[in-house]
Design a protein. Structure first.
Length: 214
């Protein structure tokens, strides 16, 4: 699936002004999707909520399918690309590398659990979206596996460790686990020991907490 429909009926789309902007329409669609599900992403209600005309939508998106496509692209950038970047972040030890990934999952501004849950729910009713989700899962697992392999962990073991890290997190999201940030933080060192096979040092935990603004 690819995003399209960025040209208006008579020329390139305006980036701002009375028609709004592509980002404004997409943000409204995302908010509607997260609050009301896929059925809430409708052109007329979006236009009414933005105080724009329905025809303004078509300067930025060809049709409803195009903005749904764009939502999937946005999810891939915000969640998949963010996770890959976390696995590639600088780390001196495998424990610190795992802490980088855990920090991403804890920081909901970087990896959005509500967006993740909504897209996975959407996938249950769409083979095309399920294909997209499966592709993202494979990319994320590959990135975590490669992270472990950088620290000399054999491929088969790295694969199991990657799955343990990732499936625990997706389980948190799918089960909609309710816990405070502090409750989760109390488990981080033991999670790292389980995932990486080595406990983080006090200095690594201090850097981890500082990175979260704690």
């Amino acid at each position: 699936m690819s995003t399209s429909g960025t040209d208006g009926p008579s020329g390139p789309s305006a980036d701002s002004g009375w028609r709004g902007s592509r980002d404004v329409w997409l943000a409204a669609a995302k908010a509607a999707f997260l609050d009301g599900g896929l059925g809430a992403v409708r052109i007329q209600p979006l236009a009414a909520g933005l105080g724009l005309s329905r025809t303004s939508f078509y300067w930025f998106f060809r049709d409803r399918a195009a903005i749904l496509d764009a939502l999937l692209d946005l999810w891939d950038v915000q969640n998949t690309d963010a996770l890959v970047a976390a696995t590639e972040a600088y780390a001196e030890t495998v424990s610190e590398a795992v802490l980088n990934v855990i920090a991403l999952f804890i920081d909901e501004a970087r990896f959005e659990p509500r967006f993740e849950l909504a897209v996975r729910g959407w996938a249950h009713g769409s083979d095309a979206v399920m294909t997209r989700v499966n592709r993202a899962d494979a990319k994320r697992l590959d990135a975590i596996r490669a992270m472990f392999e950088r620290f000399g962990i054999p491929s088969d073991e790295a694969d199991v460790r990657a799955r343990t890290v990732y499936l625990v997190q997706i389980g948190y999201i799918s089960m909609q686990v309710r816990e405070t940030r502090e409750e989760r933080l109390t488990r981080v060192a033991d999670y790292v020991k389980t995932f990486a096979g080595a406990a983080p040092t006090p200095a690594e935990m201090a850097r981890f907490r500082a990175g979260l603004g704690l």
